[in-house]
Write a protein that binds this ligand. Sequence first.
Ligand code: ATP
Length: 248
Amino acid sequence: LGRPPFLDVVAIEAVYGASILALHDVSLSVARGEIVALVGPNGAGKTTTLRAISNLLGAQRGALRGGTIRWQGEETRRLDPADLVARGIVQVLEGRHVFGQLTVEENLLTGGYLRRPSRRQLAEDLERVYGWFPRLRERRGALAGLTSGGEQQMVAIGRALMTRPTLLLLDEPSMGLAPIIVAEIFAIIARLNREEGLSVLIAEQSANLVLDHADRAIVLESGRVVASGPSAELAASGRLAALYLGAA
Ligand code: ATP
């Protein structure tokens, strides 16, 4: 008996402009309740894969040229990113992109409004996010642009959680952050997964931290999947170490 369909990416090919082939025959899946890591060196195609899933490639002059992406059985090609958010897929972009001139709380609310919730639902969602990220409650009145990098990453994730996602796509959440802050953020993601069943696909260049929390990992190199399997097996195989040799 097969599992009910969740996220299925089958043999996608993505291009930028007329000639840059960024992804070649990339297939992957995420099952409900899983944390899956998408790892690989700089330029391997991690961001492109996430953008393909959330239909954001067009914004970068990219396009999906082949393959199919199905979300809970439905082909996503004709849906726009907002439709996908409404269906439960939300992406936290690389580089955080908080609204620096808005407060932490106002940033969170921008995520909440997408569902056109009642005032009461919005207040509940905000409470939930503050429950997960107590630091954001402390900083709720601060201008987001004046908060630390780690706090901004929490704001970006919290804003995404305000949409009540089923699948969270995180692009390089560790970027520019101290390892201790990254560990703190991953621990919260892992709790969201365990306690609320949130499914997560995390693109990360630095594989070691994310593998501690992921059930499975997919390794990309030059736009192709070169390895995949349970995180512990991949971490032990030496395959990743070889890929990253010399990359510090
Ligand atoms: P990074 O961690 O640096 O974002 P990545 O693994 O996410 O790396 P992608 O950003 O998906 O990799 O890039 C995959 C390939 O597509 C690279 O060769 C990159 O140069 C190319 N590429 C990415 N974005 C564009 C763009 N807007 N225009 C042209 N080429 C692009």
